[in-house]
Design a protein around this ligand. Sequence first.
Ligand code: 13P
Length: 260
Amino acid sequence: MKARKPLVAGNWKMNGDIVSNEHLFTALRASLERASLPQVEVAVCPPYPYLGQAAAWLGDTGIAWGAQDVSAFGNGAYTGDVSAAMLVDLGCRWSIVGHSERRQLAGETDDQVAAKVSMCVAHGIGVIACLGETLEEREAGTTETVLGRQVDAIAASLVGAAQPLPAERIVLAYEPVWAIGTGRTASPETAQAAHRFVRERLVARGLHDAAAVRIVYGGSVKAGNAASLFAMPDVDGGLIGGASLVADDFLEICRAAAVA
Ligand code: 13P
């Protein structure tokens, strides 16, 4: 068994409604209870309007819930934003920040991602900070430059915090943009190389307990490829998009993490 407890988190993205969520919550509760996988930490991140529904359905289970994003600002005149304090109020254990869809579609910069990490740290919310290179960047041979820049911004917020998050609440998600929603999963070796690079960079930037930080992989993780990815020494679980919307598939991925 790995020293770091694997985390499998479902990023539901902008999917679902009250009725379909209820089915998914019910199925996840039942199947994860039956499977009993204490070796894995499991979380789901539904869209904001359904976080209260997640709390109602998952509150008495071992499944955590989290948000897909958080504001870089505290409560106030920020129309459309949702603050870290509100996420705490809703019982969120986690927030994803810096997902590539937000970096690309909403133009989020490394500095904004860093500010969001700081908000999570200040409120004690576990952070799942995403990073990853585009296909063009990989083909141009600049993967490590890009990952290094992204890690540095995240690490600065973690290291500089007055009250740092404990290592078990810090997760980095390596999500190569070319693998997200494409069915083109990174090979286990490609993922391992990136994860090792990220961990070494965290150490170099002064995150002393980087060995205890989980680095999860995201990008077309399916029931059929999860085991080989999670078998890699620095792959500590997964951030799952499409497959997290199908209870049986998500359960199989959780099982794969349990035996890794
Ligand atoms: P897919 O699993 O659908 O490729 O999405 C990955 C992802 O973006 C998780 O955050």
